[in-house]
Write a protein that binds this ligand. Structure first.
Ligand code: G3I
Ligand code: 9MR
Ligand code: ZN
Length: 553
């Protein structure tokens, strides 16, 4: 018997659910003045068998509790859930640490105690890089964020992470007032923008003379488990790909829009890079893929299709410049068979919808807006149905538990937020599309929030997948500095990749028995890179979600 809940907490006015694995009576207890009091009691509702976990689950709905405080749920046998808070600010520190984690990924500079606390290290990866295909060419490409638990730096993941973060900032600026205590704090520019600029300055160096973006900057083989400053391997610039170049054009164009209000020169540099990348795409209409050379085992980030990346690029160029030729490209690419609803590194087509549907200036054609609106709302409706089927409220079917499944969860949360914002606009315009009295926008929003609850402990393995958040947060991310720094506690605020139905690292394969239900294919072990790594682009959608729910603080 177990009781699962969001171990970080719940917002006072929102839906609040926990899951029990037996249909028993429960009571909700609130800690008060050194003691505790019962604030609610009931019998858990039989919610049937949850396909992804194989659990027979019973739902506890305590939405009626609004009062700020510290709570737990207890069943009639005296078994308890983890403690959780109810309060307006329950996700505030979480959002800060999710962002601060990116500072710890900074490459090419020292992490100083003043900002890094105990997690300091000297400058890393200071050497010049060599072109993989022409060893006579040497370039200075220092900077950027380490992608993940490894020390590579890759363009598509970088573009996607910056994309999530800049949209979060653009749409919910009120959630980015807090200091992150980074070297640029106090400069008058919001800290998130300074942190992203660290990545963008590196990205500006990753473009060749013809405008193409190098696919990645890594060593030939992954480093052993050593601190970054000890990694003296030669780093290489790997060939330009159309996927990286399109992601590059898109993120640079978006960034130039966002930074325009703060630093016109920087915005100009970004736009110039975006245009050069876009021109490269025009000159190379065919797909230019990337595959690791045989001797190389660092991240590949290979894709089979670049049309979603091209759509994102065209959409951002349109929104930034307003030029008609980009509208033509958007219209053309909208005829392709693309999801238009995903924000992960393999499928970025959702960014086109995110940009166009939230564009207050109405730059895109009504046709494009209408098309995207339809797709986004249909996908949101599908996700709501999937979440309703799930005993844990998560919009995931068993087959969705792929490598980095927590990103799938969070990206779906983002899509639901976009749908909520879109539906809200319609509702405000006086066309309330109501379902059983409840506004669609509210249903989408509450379903998005349930995705965050899943991440934070409302799941079948009882883990909070964010380090430092929750009584039972995972503690052993696959992250080189965490394994090597000799510090007991991992840095707070790192999202784990999460369960993967077919783990492919050695320890994961050993520990997870054949036939384990997908939601339970997880081990909190540092060797499990296919289950428990961290990446910049798994944190960034969590920033987007928490920023949305923090915007009224
Ligand atoms: O796209 C297919 C999908 O159509 C299919 O249904 C599904 C079934 O498994 O697979 C999907 O492909 C997966 C792909 O990611 C896209 O999600 C592959 O199976 C899966 O192996 C692949 O995993 C990627 C992994 O690298 C291996 O290439 C992860 O997404 C990606 O996050 C991870 O990235 C690594 C870098 O290489 C190095 N740095 C760390 C980083 C995180 O682990
Ligand atoms: O640490 C690496 C991790 O960042 C990658 O996601 C993963 C897949 O590319 O590879 C990890 O490195 C392992 C390597 O591939 C094989 N030898 C063991 C390495 C560390 O576990
Ligand atoms: Zn480094």
């Amino acid at each position: 018997m177990a009781i699962y809940c969001d171990q970080t907490g719940y917002l006072p006015q929102d839906r609040k659910r926990a899951v029990m694995t037996a249909g028993e009576n429960y009571k909700v207890m609130r800690m008060k003045d050194g003691g505790e009091e019962q604030v609610m009691a009931g019998t858990a509702r039989d919610a049937g068998t949850d396909a992804a976990s194989g659990d027979h689950v019973y739902e506890v709905d305590f939405s009626e509790i609004h009062e700020t405080g510290l709570y737990y749920i207890e069943n009639e046998k005296g078994e308890r859930s983890h403690c959780f808070r109810i309060g307006k600010d329950v996700y505030k520190e979480l959002q800060r640490d999710l962002q601060k984690a990116l500072y710890f990924q900074r490459c090419g500079c020292a992490l100083e105690e003043q900002y890094a606390g105990p997690y300091t290290h000297p400058c890393c990866h200071m050497g010049d890089a060599v072109l993989w295909n022409d060893r006579s060419v040497v370039k200075e490409v220092r900077g950027g964020w380490h992608d993940a638990g490894d020390y590579g730096r890759y363009i598509s993941p970088a573009a996607v992470a910056v994309g999530h973060l800049l949209y979060a900032f653009q749409l919910f600026p009120e959630s980015f007032q807090e200091s992150l205590n980074i070297p640029e704090s106090g400069s008058g520019i919001p800290d998130l923008l300074s942190e992203c600029r660290y990545e963008l300055e590196w990205m500006l160096k990753m473009q060749d003379e013809e405008g193409g973006a190098y696919h990645k900057l890594t060593s030939e083989r992954h480093a052993d488990f050593i601190m970054p400053e000890e990694d003296k391997a030669q780093f290489y610039l790997f060939p330009v790909s159309s996927m990286a170049t399109a992601d590059y054009a898109a993120s640079m164009a978006l960034a130039s829009r966002v930074y325009r209000a703060y630093d016109g020169d920087f915005a100009d540099r970004l736009l110039k890079a975006a245009k050069a990348a876009y021109e490269w795409l025009e000159k190379h209409p065919e797909y230019v893929g990337f595959h690791n050379p045989e001797s190389c085992n660092t991240g590949e980030y290979d894709d089979v299709c670049d049309l979603d990346e091209r759509l994102w690029a065209a959409a951002e160029m349109l929104l930034t410049t307003g030029e008609q030729k980009y509208q033509e490209q958007v219209s053309k690419l909208l005829q392709e068979d693309l999801s238009r609803t995903d924000f992960g590194w393999t499928d970025v087509s959702g960014f086109a919808a995110l940009g166009i549907l939230t564009d207050a200036a109405g730059t895109a054609s009504p046709d494009s807006v209408g098309e995207l609106r339809k797709t986004v709302l249909a996908e949101a409706d599908r996700l709501v149905r999937v979440a309703e089927q799930s005993g844990y409220g998560v919009a995931m079917e068993p087959e969705d538990y792929i490598w980095g499944s927590n990103m799938v969860v969070l990206n779906r949360g983002m899509l639901l937020i976009l749908a909520a914002m879109t539906a809200k606009k319609d509702e405000e315009a006086g066309s309330p599309d109501q379902a059983g009295g409840e506004k669609r926008s509210l249903i989408y929003e509450q379903t998005a929030l349930a995705q965050l609850h899943y991440l934070l402990g409302m799941n079948a393995v009882d883990y909070s997948y964010v380090t430092g958040y929750g009584e039972h947060a995972y503690r052993h991310p696959h992250n080189r500095p965490t394994e090597c720094d000799g510090i007991e506690e991992p840095m707070p605020g790192w999202v784990s990749g999460g369960p993967f139905k077919t783990p492919c690292d050695e320890v994961g394969r050993e520990r997870i028995r054949e036939g384990t239900p997908p939601m339970k294919c997880y081990v909190d072990h540092a060797a499990c890179y296919s289950l428990n790594e961290i990446t910049i682009y798994w944190n960034s959608p969590a920033v987007f979600l928490t920023a949305y729910f923090n915007r009224e603080l």
